[in-house]
Design a protein around this ligand. Structure first.
Ligand SMILES: *[C@@H]1O[C@H](CO)[C@@H](O)[C@H](O)[C@H]1NC(C)=O
Length: 185
């Protein structure tokens, strides 16, 4: 008859489970991860509703909402793509509105739309300071953090959809929502 494990063994087993949780990728391969298993995941579910985009790969969204101070697996690379997509969206918007727009005007629109001030405002509006994971000494509401996470979010949509069009759609939606909120203040 098997004897129950001693308290020491049980402690060790518990430590192992805590120290080596199953890898997120392993879970992703088994099917979409449930989006309400933790407060973080619940916040991510709300964020998807706010931006009007549902992720096929929720791990991308988790990564986007993780600052470099918190984990080596963070949204920095996604933010590079998000910034490029935002600039491209703004430049296209300027030229679509006026084929004869001057290079300086198109350039100004692109840099304004992609500025830290604009993306921090959009990120704050969509609730990023309460969602993004940062190290304890890092402020989740600092403009560079909020802006980086917002850009990473745009980049994550592009990767998830394998299309910058989907990312640009989310970018404009956030832009319009933030502008409307600012105008009504
Ligand atoms: C992403 O899109 C490109 C271009 O449409 C396509 O060639 C590629 O196979 C797609 N990749 C995935 C993983 O769907």
């Amino acid at each position: 008859m098997a004897t129950p494990p001693s308290p020491t063994i049980r402690c060790l087993l518990l430590l192992l489970v805590v120290a080596f949780p199953s890898h997120p990728r392993a879970r992703a391969a088994a099917g979409p991860a449930p989006l309400s298993s933790s407060p973080f995941d619940a916040a991510l579910a709300k964020l998807q509703a706010r931006i009007g985009y549902a992720f096929r790969a929720p791990d991308l969204l988790r990564r986007a909402m993780t600052h470099a101070s918190y984990s080596r697996e963070n949204g920095r690379a996604l933010a590079v793509l998000g910034l490029a997509a935002a600039q491209s969206a703004a430049a296209l918007g300027a030229l679509a509105a006026d084929n004869d727009a001057a290079a300086s005007a198109v350039s100004r629109r692109a840099s304004e739309a992609a500025s830290e001030a604009a993306c921090a405002a959009a990120g704050t509006h969509v609730g990023i300071p309460a969602i993004v994971r940062v190290a304890s000494r890092t402020s989740a509401s600092a403009a560079p953090v909020v802006c980086g996470a917002l850009r990473a979010l745009i980049g994550a949509v592009a990767v998830d959809a394998n299309s910058t069009d989907a990312a640009v759609e989310v970018f404009w939606r956030l832009h319009v929502l933030t502008a409307a909120a600012a105008a009504s203040m």
